[in-house]
Design a protein around this ligand. Structure first.
Ligand code: ZN
Length: 409
């Protein structure tokens, strides 16, 4: 796949800046700053919980059609797609942002203005990415920017949490564009300097331990699922972390038991394991799975002779591959150049985003900030400030065009 990129009609950001269409697109971002923010408010007011992105996808697909994109559809997984065809289909660049938020269906998604700030769950993550797709498609269409390669705009489902990258996974492994994509660009969150080229890998588990249960006094000695879970948590908390690469673990949710004087029949926990390097993630993963088994064995070993055993169910509920688009690859270099030419010092970064999946498939992929600033991400107090958003959009446009190329007939 990377060879496809090498043969792409890539052009330098410098030469793009001298193009009339690009200059006009830049002014479009400046003069339409308020309209872009109004659009962000509209799209972020539409609820989009995990596995509940349909309404937002429908809104985005109407937008794509209005803007004159072709092949507009919502695919089998729920992603919203629209093509901006160039002179040829290849190189084909996916430009994406994720439709979903981390917030459940009971959430109030109303956007409130407070001074310069917009307040709403998901307003920045990934509301600013979604509106960047619309603004970029609008600028390219309005200024009639003729590209050599083509751009597939995609609002993906399932980027967050238990969505487990299901949208981008479908798009790139089973969808009808799967084998045609040459490069992947995602806008996720705010900022103008970040270039996420390294994919932070993670594995997530649900652990469920069941036993016979009984009376806390009368049946004492029966194996206790909560005690077993406690033993497992203690082992994990004692994991010998490496100094490098950054590696983390989290028991994020725990449940079990019915009453203070009953031996529980069940205990469960959700665990998140992450590492900057695959080998380290594997090591943590094996340690964790062994720790959970040992914890159950120890609890079983302490039971009265003849009592039933605890049963352990270990379910992988999330897996994000790690990897990288190398810093010296053409795609990252184009992004670095586009950032510098706007007077900004680029910052290469590692994170867990939709780009993890293409990177694992060998498709060059990076994630960029969509401009502006934000805070309190993944909380109900999330905010976004669109001041200077246009810088992020300009950078995005330069990266896109330097990859798919301009066609001057
Ligand atoms: Zn995000």
């Amino acid at each position: 796949m990377s060879s496809a990129l090498k043969t792409s009609p890539s052009v330098t950001a410098q030469s793009l800046l001298s193009s009339r269409e690009v200059t006009r697109a830049f002014s479009f971002f400046e003069t339409n700053a308020n309209a872009i923010t109004d659009e962000q408010i509209l799209i972020c007011s539409i609820p989009a919980s995990p596995f509940g992105e349909r309404q937002r996808a429908e809104y985005l697909s109407e937008k794509f059609s209005e803007l004159g994109l072709t092949e507009v559809e919502i695919d089998e997984e729920g992603n919203c797609l629209g093509l901006r065809k160039g002179t040829s289909l290849s190189p084909l660049l996916v430009v994406s942002a994720h439709l979903d938020t981390v917030f459940g269906p009971e959430t109030d998604f109303t956007v409130v203005r407070a001074g310069k700030r917009l307040l709403a769950p998901g307003i920045a993550d990934d509301g600013c990415g979604l509106v960047a797709l619309i603004a970029l498609a609008q600028a390219i269409q309005n200024q009639k920017i003729q590209t050599e390669g083509s751009i597939l705009f995609v609002g993906t489902v399932g980027e967050e949490g238990e969505g487990n990258l299901r949208g981008v996974r479908h798009l790139l492994t089973r969808g009808r564009w799967a084998s045609k994509v040459d490069a992947f660009l995602s806008f996720d969150g705010p900022g103008v300097d970040r270039i996420t080229n390294r994919a932070l890998g993670s594995r997530r588990y649900r652990v469920e331990i069941t036993g016979p249960g009984g009376h806390s006094w009368g049946d004492f000695g029966l194996p206790n699922p909560v005690h077993a879970l406690g033993r497992a948590v203690a082992k994990l908390a004692g994991y010998p972390l490496p100094r490098e690469p950054r590696t983390t673990f989290n028991v994020g949710h725990i449940e079990g038991g019915a009453s203070v004087n009953a031996i529980p029949e069940k205990a469960a926990m959700d665990v998140d394991l992450r590492s900057g390097a695959d080998a380290e993630l594997q090591r943590l993963d094996s340690f964790f799975r062994r720790a959970v088994r040992q914890a159950c064995d120890e609890e079983n070993a302490s039971r009265r002779p003849g009592d039933p055993l605890l049963e352990l169910k270990l379910e992988l509920i999330g897996e994000r591959p790690s990897g990288e688009t190398p810093a010296d690859s053409q795609f990252v270099e184009l992004a670095v150049e586009a950032t510098k030419i706007l007077g900004i010092e680029p910052r290469l970064d590692q994170s867990s985003t939709d780009s993890n999946l293409p990177i694992s498939l060998g498709i060059p992929a990076i994630t960029l900030g969509a401009g502006g600033t934000s805070g309190s991400s993944h909380t109900l107090a999330e905010w976004y400030d669109p001041t200077n958003r246009e810088v992020g959009l300009k950078r995005g446009l330069l990266v896109i065009l330097s990859l798919v190329g301009l066609d001057h007939k």
